[in-house]
Structures are given as structure tokens and as C-alpha cells.
Design a protein around this ligand. Structure first.
Ligand SMILES: [Zn+2]
Length: 75
């Protein structure tokens, strides 16, 4: 059962959170987890979600719950 979380005041699913990080739709997303880090912009709590933007790529994405900050583990 997917767990929804509040991000920037909206309830989001794992797929929606991955879309916010990626900027476009993704194929598949794992469950949202709490990342053990603070947002560098506002100090807010950061969530992490693993997702597949394409069939050949797996990305760990990070997103602040309070502001628009996001990043991925892509080099
Ligand atoms: Zn933030």
C-alpha cells in the first residue's frame, strides 16, 4: 500500500514525488523514505525515493518537504 507524504503542502505518492524531482513522469517508483539529511536551502526535512526514469536507469532522488529544493544521485 503506497504511503503518501506531504511535500510543499500537498499530499504526494511515491510516483508523484519522483515526478517532482525528475521534472517529468517516471516508469516506476519505490516507497518514500525519510532521508537522514536536512535541506541545504531551508533546513527542512528531506525525503528520498528511488525511481526508474527509463528502463535502463535507477535514480535515488531527494526532495525537501518544505521548499522546491531537489537533487538526484546522478553524477
Ligand atoms: Zn528546503
Amino acid at each position: 500500500m503506497p504511503e503518501n507524504r506531504v511535500v510543499e503542502g500537498r499530499m504526494v505518492t511515491a510516483e508523484k514525488l519522483a515526478e517532482l524531482i525528475e521534472g517529468e513522469s517516471v516508469l516506476e517508483a519505490e516507497a518514500i523514505e525519510d532521508a537522514d539529511r536536512e535541506c541545504p536551502d531551508c533546513g527542512g526535512d528531506v525525503l528520498t525515493v528511488g525511481y526508474m526514469p527509463t528502463v535502463t536507469e535507477f535514480v535515488s532522488g531527494y526532495k525537501c518537504q518544505e521548499c522546491s529544493w531537489a537533487e538526484t544521485n546522478r553524477e
